[in-house]
Design a protein around this ligand. Structure first.
Ligand SMILES: [Fe+2]
Length: 168
């Protein structure tokens, strides 16, 4: 990797986000299948559709950038998804598992929010108005997905559906 200019950094960031979104598109159906709560399943399903849109936006940005696009594999997302996969395969109480899936999904959202926030700031700085707007749209959807997960987690199903402790 050669990072000579902020433009190089922007390309690297966009390519990394693209890898992250691609990995998430592959992983989300398995997470949805592992979830039990209907609201959670719906949220994961609709976020899969949004995530496909995020990948498309990044493709538009990459096309506009032109030139050589660095090949990236987002190891951060790989790690987060490996943790999610462990939960999806876990045995135990389905509601407790849902709580753990929400925790894993929110880590993914926060990771993406950090990445898109930086990419948007770089686009702004570099005067790439179209890219900036596309990144902001995705950032807003990631934040909304995160808030939706918070609402599901705090909306009562955890309190009513799961033993609070091993001896409860
Ligand atoms: Fe996304």
């Amino acid at each position: 990797m050669n990072l000579g200019t902020l433009d190089d950094v922007f390309r690297e960031q966009i390519a990394d986000l693209y890898s992250a979104e691609q990995q998430l598109i592959t992983a989300l159906p398995k997470v949805e299948a592992a979830a039990q709560n209907d609201d959670l399943k719906r949220a994961l399903r609709s976020h899969l559709e949004e995530t496909k849109g995020h990948a498309t936006r990044l493709e538009l940005i990459l096309a506009e950038l032109g030139g050589e696009i660095p090949r990236e594999h987002c190891k951060g997302m790989e790690g987060l998804l490996a943790e999610g996969d462990e939960i999806a395969s876990a045995s135990g109480d389905p509601t407790a598992k849902d709580a753990a899936l929400i925790a894993a999904a929110q880590r993914v959202e926060h990771y993406e929010i950090a990445g898109y926030g930086t990419a948007r700031a770089l686009a702004d700085h570099l005067g790439k108005a179209t890219a900036r707007d596309l990144l902001e749209q995705t950032l807003d959807e990631e934040s909304a997905a995160d808030s939706r997960l918070t609402r599901i987690a705090t909306g009562g199903f955890l309190r009513s559906g799961v033993n609070q402790a091993a001896n409860a």
